[in-house]
Design a protein around this ligand. Sequence first.
Ligand code: TYD
Ligand code: MG
Length: 462
Amino acid sequence: MARETPEKQLFVCENCGYSSVKWLGRCPECGSWDSMLEKTILPKTPPKGQMACKTSSKEGEVPLPLSAISSKDRAIRIPVGIDEFDRVLGGGIVPGSLILIGGEPGIGKSTILLQALTILSERGLNVLYISGEESPAQIRLRAERLGAHQGSLLILCESNMELVLKAVLDTGPDILAVDSIQTLFDPQIGSLPGSMNQVRNVTSALMHMAKGLKIPIFIVGHVTKDGAIAGPRVLEHLVDTVLYFEGDRTHSFRILRTVKNRFGPTHEIGVFEMTDSGLSEVSNPSNIFLEQRGKASPGSVILPCIEGSRPILVEIQALVNQSYLAMPRRTTAGVDTNRLALLTAVAEKHLDITLYDKDIFINVVGGFRLSEPAADLPLICAILSSLIEKPLGTRIAVFGEVGLTGEVRPVGQMQLRLNEAARLGITRCILPEPGGQKLNVPANMDVINISSIQGIVNFMDL
Ligand code: TYD
Ligand code: MG
């Protein structure tokens, strides 16, 4: 029987999926060179995932008044039982949600997923783990290392989206995980696995599956440091929850951060430590980040920062040296370089110090990354302390936002920061005037409120 639409030969950009009937040296859509590959395009059939998983509920088929829509699903969450993992999910897994776990290769995405999935399968849930990266034997080896090989977790090593869909419909899992989205491909689409087009397509098929079958789906996605590779960054708006694994692979600490969550708070973090038998939870991160701190040394300052709903004490280190370069070095780990440039300018202007001929190196201990403005004042204190080679003391914590005119502004959650500092034996805190916030100063805590950065000069004997 003749086909309605015959096969076609097309040139398809492997980067963005743009197609053209003739070969082009440069893709007019995404601008990449030599990316057009010849492809045979099969006649179009509706994407199988969308057909198979068409939502059957009345809601969504016809417009309904908001008041008539049930919210009964809202309360149902499946807690995993790993507290740090549940925290970043907003209390547990929401059925029907699509959760992306992103991060650099080798950071621990497959490890945390396998740990969580085996716990869930041991609890009697039907869990299907699809891997396009490892063989069943490799997964078994990893599970043995994690001490989690006894469960009934179902493993499928497959990267063809059509076969994945078939397996899902055959096994009817309660929870599905795909590792990784870059390996999955839809044979109906001409581009290579991992290309923008493929990644977007398979994700939207998984989204339809999650909503249609009302099962939670985890997707693993690799990101490079700049997020450049086709993948998670372009998917953030498609999925319900985005978790990013951060941390320096040379450190054993890993931070799982909620970047987006349609069903819970964002900016929550879960702290883990990579051990020989997988990721173990760190429920008291302040202790860990301050653990290796010895005697007071110049350039070291403690900051009580807030991550999500949690206060964590971290150590900021600065090293200020005479520079012999035309352009002095400004190197940071864990702090934005532009923020450092701004703060050094403010310090030079308002503290009457010379930094333009100094190399400045900043490090946040333990591979932690700071994004809060509360880190401004401790950064300036650390730079100053290294410059004049005077330690600030081991029992002092500093926080506050600094403005361009040198004013020190209040930051959020000052009470929480003070309490956490006091809990860890800090006896003196340098902080902004509280503004509208009412502070209960913990016992044995000496609180110094300053309103401009000139205020720190008094404590550092400039
Ligand atoms: P993995 O989860 O495979 O990373 P990803 O999926 O993000 O690419 O983690 C791999 C790294 O973790 C690897 O360097 C080995 C290390 N690791 C341990 O240190 N202990 C363990 O128990 C496991 C399973 C991995
Ligand atoms: Mg992996």
